[in-house]
Ligand binder design. Sequence first.
Ligand code: SIN
Length: 284
Amino acid sequence: MALRLESTGAVGAELRGIDLRHIDEQTFESIRRAWIDHSVLLFRDQTLSNDELVDFSRRFGSLDRAPEQENGRCCVEGYPEIYVISNVLRDGVPIGSLGAGEAVWHVDMSFLVEPPMASMLYAIEIPPTGGDTSFCNMYTALETLPPELRQRLHGMGLKHDATYNSGGFVRKGVQPTDDPRKSPGTVHPVIARHPESGRELLYLGRRRNAWLVGLDLPESEALLDAIWAHVEHRPDLSWTHHWRVGDLILWDNRCTMHRRDAFSASARRLMHRTQIKGKPVLVA
Ligand code: SIN
């Protein structure tokens, strides 16, 4: 089936005219192909129940259990795979993660040995302004990296920290430390190869508590600052999505990073997220 597909810019595409509750195998294969080709897919005007969100997510593979939120809650009741991202309070307690603040650039759960290969975010309640989500194309980030920086990174491992989430909250059960050499986490190749597209990419995870293994801390910090200065705030690398209720975004968690703008704490934002299990990215 030919998909109605419109590129969204530096990364991603919108797929039009698809109701994710009713897709046959051939359409699913086209969606999967488009996801590998474009890294981020937007589907508008969806009306998914929790079961339908889980069913569509499962077509890509086994799902991770939702991680425990910083407030100790875990998931939508009865749906261990659905993670709640929200600033909404119930009886004074947040029903979800990340509050109303900024969520900085990150790859979901890259501190794990096997981070999810994909995440899906479904918009249920959206604030009138703010809370936009941006995606960064890490293939292009590598392609545009100055050659001397690329040369220095060649063959290096990067420690991905498990202490803080993208909202700056300490993860449940973790003893906070700001020394990345001692913090819990996992080392991945900083220049990696996507296991399905075969393309090389820059695999950064997140800036806070990152460490280029084998370098002195000041040297690692200086090199990481230079790399992050290259990837941040560049319209040629990223695309920003302004959400509507019923939007579903599926992203490839191996070759993109994402961040979210802050929004008014007095507005409500409620998103449901699922994650598809993955394997580590490969050494390039
Ligand atoms: C996330 O980082 O997974 C959530 C992004 C968002 O809330 O838009």
